[in-house]
Ligand binder design. Sequence first.
Ligand code: ZN
Length: 233
Amino acid sequence: MERWRLDYIRGLRWLRRHRPVVALRYFERAVESASFSRYLPTASRPSDRSFLSSLFAYLGVALRKVGMRNRGHASLVEAVRLVKRGIPRRALLAGVNEYGMASQATEEADDRHAFYGIKLAHYIRSKRSQRLGTRAEIDMVAELIDEAWCELRNTIDLPRLSPVQKLRLFEKTLVVFPFMSVPEAMKRSDIAVDFSTGRRIGPADRCHCGSGLPYLWCHGRTPGTDEALIGRF
Ligand SMILES: [Zn+2]
C-alpha cells in the first residue's frame, strides 16, 4: 500500500481515539506524500478521488478540532472539489457562514473574521516574501487591522448590509500598513470569468471549477487568519 494511504489510516485511528493533534500529523504527512505522488494532480480513477476526498475531509475535521477552523474549512472545500456529494459536503455545510468561511459564534464575529482575513491577505500579498516575519510584525498588523475594524463597525450599520455588500466594503476599506508600497495589492487579482458565457462570475454563482459550490465558498473564498498566517490562500 502507498505510504499516504497508510498515514491516512493511522490518522483515522488517532482521530477515533480523540487525539486530533496526533491524527493531524499523519493526515498532513499523507497529503504531503500524496501531492508528490501521481495521485493528487490527476486522481482520475473514482476510487482514488474518493480516497483523497476522505483524506482531505478528515484532515479538515482534525484541523477544526485543534482550533484551526479556517484551514479545516479549506481542506473540506478541497474534499468537495474531489467528490461533490456525501459526507465532506455535509460537514462543510454544517460549519460554513455567509462568507464561505468557518462560522463563528455570532454574526459580528463572522464579520470581524472576514475583515481580518481580507486585510491580512492584502498585507501579506504586498510583501515580497509573501509571509509574516516576526511576532512584533504580527502584533503590529493585528493592531492596525483591529483599529480599522473598530472604526468601521462604529461608523457603518453592518447588520443592514448583505454579505456581498460587506465584502465589497471590507475590500475597499483602506488600512495603511507601514512599508506597504504596492497599491495594486489592494485589489483582488483574480476576477473570475465563465468562458462559456463570457460573463463575470458573481459571488453566488456556481464556481467555474465544477465543485458545485458557490464561487464565494470555493475559488472566491476569503482566507481565514489561520490560513493567511501560514501564507496559504
Ligand atoms: Zn472552485
